[in-house]
Design a binder for this molecule. Structure first.
Ligand code: PRX
Length: 653
């Protein structure tokens, strides 16, 4: 491996981990999968296996004719079929007599609640579908969604799916500049936003940020605004419309549009190694099959009795696949929460688990590490006995956090599924099956039935034990179908590094028992609190400030957020760099999640003789490590200077 971004300590501690946790007997006895039969079936004929899932889990208007056509890197799944995703998530459950089942127990941060049944949700989605149509949105049109965690986010996504429009959700924490880039790249026709939402006890304004963007987004014809925060907003006559006004007169009658299997369902932008976010394309039938299958088996779902809660935001892929599409397609009851975990107290999540009787809880390692900091007395104040299964996603989980989750949240009785996947994979790829897999704290264990995975070395040779690069060896239904507007970048990014394989960008190690241990990204993508941020994107934001001539950004290990953003900047000819103003500038350009934890002003940056910034070295400096060989440095003295500044800064903390 060329680079080891998460730090060597983490790798060492993972490799020493040999505690094992077989599925509890009682859990296994009642589980959907309690042996290797599903894996055996999938191994013997993966395509037939996926075809069975598609037939059994999805309702088709017209059955598909072929399972897979594969012309690398282009896959087509379930061609010839017709279906509608919203119909699968709503109508079919209502038709089956489950209309009164709660789809969403929604809770706002201030404590207000809404209980939404499958019939309610179908009505609301149908009406909003008619609203979209009345504003000129149709099949294939792109619709941007910029909303807080309110039920209308799910309604808007499903309404797009119902009429065949393509949604592009932008996380509400992103800045107006990020919104501009995403709207313009997709040439979206409509923006759906809210006045504001609640966060940390206050209203954060969204419409004003959207207004800033709207001056630079010529493709937007109409803006729909949901009233949530009650904050004052400007409405532009003829362009801006209140959601509640439009919904008032809308009909509940809106038959779902028959869609082809490979019609585009949504775009979701994610960071890559360049400054420009990629619009990841997901299509209809394969994606729905993948998320329905994984949500059912990985979470051992009992739709008739479980209360499922995923704490992600709909602005990320986890919210798309495991709040909206997977859970609703499976007809289960879930909790959706608007706010932060520490409002009004540090036990808000455990209070929610207790009040709704949550049985399956899915969150990120970074959240678990934060809960550890707040102390075990917070969950101990609540009755968490309803929980039967726990999950994690977004980044490697360190064994200590896994053990804490197991003990203090899971009461030592709940299996934990550590689920590895990506925006690009659409759904979970590597994870335990809770009724059959013996887990090890910190390992995502094995590929799911139907998924082909191998770890390879630099020369693409298969690695049986030890470290290497994680690759996927065959197409899967939920895989991305491309990067919007850039087929060449699609091939180049994922399919060129190892011929014939999908390269995920992650390092991984296989232990002697064949368990997968993720080692973090091997490219210039950081993972901060489970969110992907590209070093280049933050660098461009920094150099867009008038006081900065050059910038280098690295992700350094951080005990809570996994990685933290460290920036090194060179001042522009005599300019004074105001570090706080610069951090605020990055938040403004990208969003608060991209704000560097520390910025060091330096006279120079370490570069190779070919002029490439030596990020490994900067990471070593940020993590306070011995620098080893710096003979390729153009100017070795730069490193000493950087180290001195980093240690000064850390002693100031
Ligand atoms: O590095 C891996 C890490 O998150 C990346 C994908 O990020 P994103 O597309 O934003 O999707 C996050 C939610 C699926 C991966 O390349 N990652 C995700 N889950 C895990 C993980 N790393 C280790 N273990 C995981 N369970």
């Amino acid at each position: 491996m060329t680079e080891q971004p998460t730090g060597h300590d983490a790798i060492d501690s993972f490799s020493n981990e040999n505690r094992t946790f077989p599925p509890p007997a009682e859990f296994a006895a009642a589980a959907r999968v309690s042996d290797g039969s599903l894996a055996a079936e999938a191994d013997s004929d993966p395509e037939a296996f996926w075809a069975r899932q598609a037939r059994e889990l999805i309702d088709w208007q017209v059955p598909f004719e072929s399972v897979l056509s594969w012309d690398l890197p282009n896959a087509r799944w379930f061609d010839g079929g017709r279906l509608n995703v919203a119909e699968n998530c709503l109508d079919r459950h209502v038709r089956a007599g489950l209309g009164d089942r709660v789809a969403i127990h929604w809770e706002g941060e201030p404590g207000d609640t809404r209980t939404i049944s499958y019939s309610d949700l179908l009505d609301e989605v149908s009406r909003f579908s008619n609203v979209l149509r009345s504003l000129g949105v149709g099949r294939g049109d792109r619709v941007n969604i910029y909303l807080p965690m309110i039920p209308e986010a799910a309604v808007a996504m499903l309404a797009c799916a119902r009429i065949g429009a393509v949604h592009s959700v932008v996380f509400g924490g992103f800045s107006s500049q990020s919104l501009i880039d995403r709207i313009n790249d997709a040439e979206a026709k409509m923006l759906i936003t809210a006045d504001g939402g609640y966060r940390r006890g206050e209203v954060f304004p969204l419409k004003p940020a959207a207004d800033e963007a709207l001056g630079a987004t010529p493709s937007i014809e109409n803006v729909v605004v949901v009233r949530r925060g009650g904050n004052p907003v400007d409405m532009v006559e003829g362009r801006d419309h209140w959601y509640h006004d439009l919904m008032e007169g809308a009909s509940v009658d809106c038959p779902p549009e028959p869609m082809e299997s490979e019609d585009l369902l949504f775009l979701l932008y994610t960071s890559g190694t360049t400054g420009k976010p990629k619009g990841i394309m997901h299509t209809t039938a394969g994606y729905l099959t993948h998320v329905t299958y994984t949500h059912r088996y990985v979470f051992d779902l009992r739709p008739e009795s479980d209360v499922y809660w995923c704490t992600a935001d709909v602005g990320w892929i986890t919210g798309h696949s495991y709040i909206v599409y997977g859970p609703l397609s499976n007809g289960c009851t879930q909790v959706m929460y608007e706010g932060v975990p520490n409002h009004p107290g540090n036990d808000r999540f455990w209070d929610i688990v207790e009040r709704y009787g949550v049985t399956i809880f899915y969150t990120a390692p970074t959240a678990i590490r934060t809960f550890m900091k707040w102390g075990a007395e917070e969950p101990a104040r609540h009755d968490l006995s309803s929980l039967r299964l726990l999950g994690t996603v977004g980044e490697p989980i360190n064994p200590e956090a896994w053990m804490w989750y197991h003990e203090h949240i899971g009461g030592e009785r709940c299996p934990i599924v550590d689920t590895w996947w990506q925006t690009e994979t659409g759904g979970i790829m590597i994870s335990p099956l809770p009724g059959s897999t013996t887990t090890k704290p910190g390992s995502a264990t094995f590929p799911l039935p139907g998924v082909g995975m191998e770890v390879v070395d630099d020369e693409a040779n298969r690695v049986e034990h030890g470290g290497g690069y994680l690759t996927l060896t065959r197409p899967w239904p939920g895989m991305l179908r491309g990067i919007w507007g850039d087929p060449e970048r699609f091939r180049e990014t994922y399919w060129s590094r190892f011929p014939g394989r999908y390269f995920a960008g992650d390092g991984a190690r296989l232990d002697d028992d064949g368990y997968v241990w993720f080692l973090g990204r091997v490219d210039d993508v950081m993972n901060v609190s489970g969110h992907r941020i590209s070093t280049t994107e933050v660098e461009s934001a920094l150099v867009s400030h008038p006081s900065v001539a050059e910038a280098a950004v690295v992700g350094a290990s951080d005990a809570t957020t996994g990685q933290a953003i460290f920036a090194y900047v060179i001042a522009r000819g005599g300019a004074e760099v105001d570090v706080d103003a610069l951090r605020a500038h990055v938040a403004n350009e990208i969003g608060a999640i991209a704000k560097p934890k520390a910025i060091f002003v330096t006279p120079d940056l370490p570069k190779t003789r070919s002029g490439k910034i030596m990020r490994r070295l900067l990471r070593d400096v940020a993590e306070g490590r011995n620098l080893g060989d710096t003979t390729t440095l153009a100017d070795a003295s730069v490193v000493g200077e950087l180290q001195r500044r980093a240690s000064e800064a850390s002693s100031e903390d």
